[in-house]
Design a protein around this ligand. Structure first.
Ligand code: DC
Length: 228
């Protein structure tokens, strides 16, 4: 099978990254979690007091964008690439509920998007890549051979996200997580620059009632049917 580009988009906590990691491992492809990049920029903005619950210094962040260097480094023990911000591993810091609350504000900024999209396109120029996000099939790789659009009910997603955060020892309530999921859905689908929409040629997968294995088997079957 020739190397292809696989674009996975969808709402938050639809299991995009789980599926993307499984596919990358199965196919020997590179996996890129673009949400981690928006989260790392958000973490940078938080550290530099450029964003908070009730403020955003957009111009200040735009001026500092050149100071932000992002890269992924594969961690063989974990089996996936971790996010580095200016050579520091920020994988844990970018997964907190504080970053989740602020990231949509940062992802709305066109200058931030332009910088990250350019880097994402460079990473995928040789194909053999699985990339997940919100605008991969529409903006980053409109010519991707396989586009998947993942959905699940807000309740299902909030429950998954809540269990994950509790497992990591974070002190959150289910209602708080559900509210965050619904707020991000709204902002992600209503922003002006690259809103989350299903590409016309994407295959929609609602995984509310699918196990991770069922979902993976379904997509692998698809790939072998169309690209083998
Ligand atoms: O996939 P995630 O939940 O880790 O993404 C974090 C946020 O980043 C999400 O609220 C929307 C934004 N994002 C985006 O705007 N474009 C992408 N390609 C990936 C993520």
């Amino acid at each position: 099978m020739n190397n292809i580009t696989i674009a996975i988009d969808g709402f938050s906590s639809t299991g995009k990254s789980t599926l993307a990691k499984q596919l990358a491992k199965h196919l020997g492809y590179v996996y890129v979690d673009t949400g981690a990049m928006y989260r790392a920029v958000t973490y940078f903005a938080m550290q530099n007091h450029l964003v908070g619950e009730d403020f955003l210094n957009k111009e200040g962040l735009i001026q500092k964008l050149a100071e932000i260097k992002l890269h992924f480094q594969f961690n063989p023990e974990l089996g996936f690439a971790e996010m580095y911000l200016n050579n520091i591993n920020v994988e844990l810091q970018i997964r907190t509920i504080e970053v989740s609350r602020l990231v949509s504000k940062i992802a709305e900024i066109s200058e931030v998007r332009a910088k990250l999209v350019e880097q994402q396109q460079a990473m995928g120029k040789n194909k053999g890549i699985v990339m997940d996000g919100r605008d991969i099939g529409t903006v980053v790789f409109p010519d991707a051979e396989l586009k998947l659009f993942m959905t699940a009910s807000a309740h299902t997603r909030a429950k998954r996200r809540f269990d994950e955060l509790v497992d990591k020892g974070q002190n959150v309530s289910y209602d708080e997580v559900l509210q965050n999921v619904e707020e991000r859905d709204y902002i992600d689908t209503h922003r002006e620059d690259s809103p989350l929409v299903k590409a016309h040629d994407a295959i929609e997968i609602d995984n509310s009632t699918l196990t991770k294995k069922e979902q993976f088997d379904l997509v692998v079957e698809l790939i072998h049917k169309f690209f083998a």
